[in-house]
Design a protein around this ligand. Sequence first.
Ligand SMILES: [Ca+2]
Ligand SMILES: [Ca+2]
Length: 407
Amino acid sequence: MPKISPPSADTPPAFASSLLASTPALIVLAIIAAGLLWWGCQIALMPAASPAVQASGRPALPVSSARQQPTSSTNPESGFLPTNPASSPPPRPAPEGMVWVPGGEFSIGCSDPRGIPHGGTNPMADARPIHRVTVKSFWMDATEVTNRQFEAFVTATHYVTVAEIPPRPEDFPGAPAENLVAGSIVFTPPDRPVGLGDHLQWWRYVPGANWRHPFGPASSIQGHEDEPVVHIAFPDAQAYADWAGKRLPTEAEWEFAARGGQAGLVYPWGNQFRPEGRWMANTWQGRFPSENTAADGFTGIAPVRQFPPNDYGLYDMSGNVWEWCADWYRPDTYQRQQLGELPTENPTGPDTSFDPQEPGIPKRVQRGGSFLCTDQYCSRYIVGTRGKGDVTSGCNHIGFRCVQDVH
Ligand SMILES: [Ca+2]
Ligand SMILES: [Ca+2]
């Protein structure tokens, strides 16, 4: 289904429907989808890295050499206090492909990153106040779910993803039937520098783009089996998790896991973006969106496990692809938790979604940023920052990973 949310009961689909009825649908879908993805830093996808570029990906670096101790960001005045991990050992060996996350109490959130190197220009106000949250122990997928894993799910269940289903006419009254074409959002970088104020310069709605065909019908995932699956809408991620006997992480679980037992670090690995000159995550280098130097070794998505894991053994918690979390998104979630209006013990987020930028579009939390993140545009590779996405939208830099409860 195209990247337009079915309207909520109290919000008529006036905008989408009127546009669809009067404008070529694919253009409209691209406009709307790009708008939906804009604010949450859902920067569109670049073509996958060439084999030569991907082959140049560096082996994982020893984590210890890049680890840094918390510095000023952990002082109490900043709001960060030490993480108190639970002491219970894992009850059994980790399920295949998963790692143990001990749970415990930690400080969730993000200081205003403006002014720090690679901090970007967004104050990240929705990630404050920094406050204490407790989560239970759980297992977590060490990597983003890969094309290989998702294919096994589809083979077993014949599941059809949202991006493979044509939009329903009842959701877009007045739209010509020929305009309602299944597809997803792909990015075509302009061939020259452009201002960042008009995202339509690099967004494209591609009929037939989906997880099997990330760039459209002529593309495939053959040879990309160990890359994270993309074009995944929220229900798709949930369906996979159900099949696998897992679930999506809550936002608090995701951040507890990403911090790896450390407190108040800017990134999952420390406070420097490139400790000792090393690349620690797959992000964007060069002038966005026209120049992609792939200095980190990857023009597009990287196979999983190409960068060092964090202290819990989790890969790509920063960059590569965005990851769905279970919680509804609201910008005031942390304020409400701080005030006691929402739980801070195993929090599952608010009951409803609200994004002031797009009221009426139901959104869930996304975390970690993607290979398209850059401080010119989006610095949500910073560990405490929060992303968000329309639940019916996939895109070719949105994926997920799962967690499993301790039973
Ligand atoms: Ca890159
Ligand atoms: Ca990621």
